[in-house]
Design a protein around this ligand. Structure first.
Ligand SMILES: [Zn+2]
Ligand SMILES: [Zn+2]
Length: 454
């Protein structure tokens, strides 16, 4: 399909219709018609189209002066200089109109301004690639949309896209970095109407496993339920039930190393505050908000967590992660197998025979659990069925037993041991007919390995 005269005439006739009603600047006119005309040396830009229309008007001046002058006037009012000369030459009264789509802001000068502003805003941030987003007020987008449908311009590029593309091309040169349309490290938002730009670095994600050696550190900050952190008599002005948390021990040093303004701590499940985390640890991802640095030394982070927490919390297996890994972290915990070690004191002596019988009846058993009494206030009543994959026991002394348990994620292990007044069945206390007097629990990690990208 060549670039036929028919097509050229169609383009010009459409351009004429549009200009007679809307005094579009050359850039907006060119963009609106870009989908209607194949690339060609003819009529490549809105300026070319206006030149061709002025030629048409000139040739009409003798036979149909009224139609010709209307067109010259429209062209002049749309800011086309050569048409203005013709108009003035014929004594026509013309008044420059503002482009109804870009408000005359789609100029090289404005684009240069926002590019310079963008370069200034992103300085001080480490990033490899970027994406430009352009802000266009809703009412402008609505006007543009109306013109599209009025003239059947179904495939035209929007102002928002043109600005993003133009600014993006210039920024690739100015920053010496490529655009990335799928997962940019930096999002640059520009607004030609205000001449401003904003830098929004993508969050930095770091994956790892945490270990908690003490049974008095909650995973996330535990605030006083009376004052929610403000400090009151009940919490002795501290605002908290526990002074620290795993999230803070990992998040704060990570935030400082990345020069971020904040962090979010995402973990694959959570243990009770009095449960230690050992074995392979618990997987987590720390999400760093607006990081200035992305090339964070993971070795330095590992050391920083250890020293900041004075050894209470440690991290291993640190690697860079993505936003996608966050979803997988949450999904991985569903349907995963978890490992626990429990040291239990019983009220009556326990024999090796008791333990052999217990192991035989619990290995592979399905445990039915009503929501534990201790969490009933926070969570609704629900019956859970969880499987014990493996259980091994070791008699420490006649009252003390160490249990190793592998079970479906979501099993409440303390309730498996004490039975929660019959709300968990079967339970160790029920099978042994021997209620425990104390339970010390260690979380040893997740068996299923996390699929992990990057
Ligand atoms: Zn315009
Ligand atoms: Zn309080």
């Amino acid at each position: 399909m060549g670039w036929g005269v028919k097509n050229l005439n169609e383009t010009l006739s459409k351009a004429k219709q549009i200009l007679l009603k809307y005094r579009l600047c050359s850039k907006c006119l060119g963009r609106l018609l870009s989908s209607n005309r194949p690339s060609s040396e003819l009529l490549n830009t809105g300026e070319d189209i206006k030149a061709a229309l002025l030629e048409e008007a000139r040739s009409l001046l003798d036979q149909n002066p009224e139609e010709a002058e209307t067109l010259v006037k429209a062209l002049s009012e749309s800011g086309y200089g050569p048409a203005l000369d013709v108009a003035l030459g014929r004594g026509l009264e013309v008044e420059k109109k503002t482009c109804p789509i870009c408000l005359d802001r789609l100029t090289d000068e404005v684009v240069e301004t926002v590019v310079a502003e963008a370069v200034r805003k992103v300085s001080g941030y480490e990033f490899e690639d970027f994406l430009v987003g352009a802000y266009v007020p809703k009412y402008i987008a609505a006007i543009e949309e109306r013109i599209f449908s009025e003239f059947g311009l179904t495939e035209s590029e929007t102002l928002r896209k043109e600005v993003a593309r133009e600014v993006g091309k210039k920024l690739e040169v100015a920053l010496g970095k490529p655009a990335n349309f799928t997962s940019p490290e930096m999002l640059i938002l520009v607004d030609i109407f205000t001449g401003t730009a904003e830098a929004k670095p993508a969050p930095l994600y770091i994956y790892g496993h945490y270990f908690k050696s003490r049974a008095d550190i909650p995973q996330t900050p535990w605030y006083c339920s009376a004052c929610w952190g403000a400090g009151c008599d009940r919490c002795g002005g501290r605002g908290r039930v526990y002074p620290d948390s795993v999230a803070e021990y990992v998040g704060e040093p990570a935030m400082r190393l990345a020069g971020a303004i904040g962090y979010k701590f995402h973990a694959a499940g959570r243990e009770d505050v009095d449960v230690t985390v050992e074995g392979t640890g618990r997987p987590f991802i720390v999400e760093l908000i607006m990081p200035r640095r992305r090339k964070v030394s993971l070795e330095a982070l590992k050391e920083a967590v250890k020293s900041y927490s004075e050894g209470r919390v440690e991290v291993e297996g640190l690697k860079p992660a993505t936003h996608n890994d966050l979803k997988m972290l949450k999904e991985a915990i569903e349907g995963s197998t978890k490992r626990y070690m429990a040291t239990v004191q019983f009220s009556k002596p326990v024999s090796r025979e008791d333990l052999a019988r217990l192991e035989a009846s619990l290995r592979g058993a399905v445990i039915e659990q009503q929501t534990p009494t201790r969490v009933l206030k926070r969570r609704g009543e629900k019956l859970r069925r969880k499987r014990i994959l493996n259980i091994e026991s070791r008699l420490i002394d006649s009252y003390t037993v160490e249990f190793y348990v592998e079970a479906d994620g979501g099993l409440y292990v303390k309730e498996l041991i004490h039975g929660d007044s019959g709300r968990t069945r079967p339970s160790i206390a029920e099978i042994l007919d021997n209620p425990p007097t104390s339970i010390r629990l260690k979380f040893l990690g997740v068996l299923k390995t996390l699929h992990h990208s990057k």
